[in-house]
Design a protein around this ligand. Structure first.
Ligand code: GLC
Ligand code: CA
Length: 579
């Protein structure tokens, strides 16, 4: 498949999970109960569940830590690095797929839903990872690829054998159009027709992604039950829930209409006939009910791509019983540092999600890293502080992509394009620049492997690496760790309301978070490369009295009341008392 194929996926910025035997799960309960009791005491109110204000760290296992020198990261590697994650302060980790897979889409083409690929380890390694994570208070989420399997999955192998095969209807098969061509003119998100002809049986199968990723037929009760059983398997094996891959695409319009304007330029992944069908809701309700039937407050984190905020609101379920945490692709879709664009996205998430927690992030395995995306080539580190401060001080749940906390950026396309393919990297993918090995140390192989890494290490590891940053209190790593700590310990940041403010300056974003007692923090962010003065208004009632600089970069003295002066890309977080 060509690179442009994956370029589409990257442009779309598309965004899985685990739990276990009830005994193991029961062990989680006392901890969360304790956590909640503390939170409740501090907030003076009933605490909200952990996932409404969590920090979830996304790990691309292939690139995180290699434990056996084959140049490919693995589950034991993740286990080795749990202390680092505990130090950073994350509540949960989401592992992208580690199932057996032919790797046309690096694991998102699953050949066996209830196993670990040998290159990533064994089920025993998985069980140990979960147990060790739990000891450190970290939950583990499995990436559940539910829209499609690999074409090498035994279900598809059977399905394609004959039209009469009992698994035929587990996938989406159609007769050719009268001219012998594809049944409809629909396009795949990865480019080309969404239909591939299977010559042996004379029908086409549907795939919204690669031809090697045939869509499963969620209208078939047998398939539905088999997939629910997959969830139960991982829930028994200690998963705290799932990151659900590509949730909008489970069903297609049963009328199979032709697209009147296939080349309109509208996103291929958000057509009314291929995404967001009403039948998705009962499917998600069933999955949520299964997750809820296990102890320990487990969750669904959704890669729920949508076009508008009201579409996003629906993914939570009108009765709040569908996806706990659908990712907010509207926030992550803001590609330039624009205070007004961010304010619009943040305010709408607060006003139009019926109080549900927004799920905020910028970087992931499908899109350019934020250090690169927002960086201006001069102030990248300071800009990275600013984007982290914004996401981590807003209400809701934040996702961090591995290495984001170190200032990892994309590897240059020039380097990537010059790379030969190899058995460890059978296909080139436009998303490779953001999937390079985690930068553990300043060594050429970054402490990722002793062998040949499957993708090259970004040479900036000489400067941006965990070993040196953990030792340096002024590093980006410590900025993240401090923000995460603040979210845990400050009641207003953890569970408080969002207060929309007017910064009086189009280059400055200002908002506050306030607890029930009226105490809170003001966050002011200068999204420009020149000094700015804010003139903040919009407080309900009187302007509060600021009492302390909680975090600021560059450092500041206590500002004069109400009119903070900010350095280029300056960040100020001030606490206030009620008035
Ligand atoms: C999701 C994943 C992406 C994958 C696609 C197909 O968007 O995040 O990496 O390519 O689904 O499974
Ligand atoms: Ca390995």
């Amino acid at each position: 498949m060509g690179k442009s194929v994956f370029g589409m996926a990257a442009a779309l910025a598309l965004p899985c999970l685990l739990a276990g035997p009830s005994v193991a799960a029961a062990k989680l309960a006392p901890k969360s109960a304790h956590h909640h009791a503390t939170a409740a005491a501090m907030a003076g109110a009933a605490a909200q569940p952990w996932w409404t204000h969590a920090v979830i760290y996304e790990i691309y296992p292939r690139s995180f830590q290699d434990s056996n020198g084959d140049g490919v990261g693995d589950l034991n590697g993740v286990t080795q690095r749990l202390d680092y994650l505990k130090g950073l302060g994350v509540d949960a980790i989401w592992l992208t797929p580690f199932y057996p897979s032919p790797n046309y889409d690096f694991g998102y083409d699953v050949a066996d839903y209830t196993n670990v690929a040998p290159e990533y380890g064994t089920m025993a390694d998985w069980d140990r990872l979960v147990a060790e994570a739990r000891k450190r208070g970290i939950r583990v989420l499995v990436d559940f690829v539910l829209n499609h399997s690999s074409s090498e999955h035994p279900w598809f192998q059977q399905s394609r054998m004959s039209r009469a095969n009992p698994k035929r209807d587990w996938y989406v098969w159609h007769d050719p159009a009268p001219d012998g061509g594809p049944p409809t003119n629909w396009q795949s998100i990865f480019g080309g027709s969404a239909w591939t002809l299977d010559k042996a049986t004379g029908q086409y199968y549907y795939h919204i992604f690669l031809p090697q990723q045939p869509d499963l037929n969620w209208r078939n009760p047998g398939l539905r039950k088999a997939m629910q059983d997959v969830m139960r398997f991982w829930l028994r094996h200690g998963a705290s829930g799932f990151r659900l891959d590509a949730t909008p695409y489970l069903l297609e319009d049963p009328a199979w209409p032709n697209d009147p304007d296939p080349k309109s330029g509208a996103p291929v992944g958000l057509k009314p006939y291929n995404s967001g069908l009403p039948g998705n809701h009962p499917i998600m309700r069933d999955l949520r009910a299964i997750v809820n039937s296990y102890p320990g407050d487990r969750i669904l984190l959704g890669e729920s791509n949508i076009a508008t905020i009201s579409d996003l609101a629906k993914v939570y379920g009108v009765r709040h019983d569908e996806v706990n945490l659908p990712m907010d692709f509207l926030y992550s879709g803001v590609k330039t540092l624009d205070a007004q664009a961010f304010k619009a996205r943040i305010d709408e998430a607060e006003l139009k999600l019926h109080g549900e927690p927004p799920v905020l992030f910028f970087s992931n395995h499908d899109s350019s890293r934020q250090w690169t995306r927002f960086g201006d080539g001069v102030h990248n580190d300071q800009i990275a502080r600013l984007t982290a401060a914004m996401t981590l001080t807003l209400r809701g749940t934040s996702l961090i992509y591995y290495g984001e906390e170190l200032g990892m950026g994309d590897l240059s396309k020039a380097v990537i394009n010059g790379l030969p393919l190899s058995p460890k990297r059978k296909v080139a993918d436009d998303r490779d620049p953001e999937r390079t090995p985690m930068q553990w140390s300043g060594e050429p192989k970054a402490g990722f492997t002793t062998g040949e890494p499957w993708l090259p290490v970004n040479p900036v590891t000489a400067t941006y690496n965990a070993q040196s940053e953990v030792q340096d209190p002024t590093s980006l790593y410590h900025w993240y760790a401090d923000l995460i700590q603040l979210r845990r310990t400050n009641a207003a940041l953890r569970e408080g309301a969002y207060v929309a403010l007017d910064s009086g300056n189009p280059k400055v974003l200002a908002f506050a978070r306030k607890d029930k007692a009226g105490q809170g923090v003001l966050v002011v962010l200068n999204m420009s490369d020149t000094p700015q003065i804010a003139n903040i208004s919009g407080w309900q009632g009187q302007t509060p009295v600021f009492n302390k600089v909680v975090l600021a970069r560059p450092a500041i003295q206590m500002p004069s009341l109400g009119n903070p002066t900010l350095e280029p890309f300056g960040v100020q977080i001030l606490s206030f008392d009620p008035r």
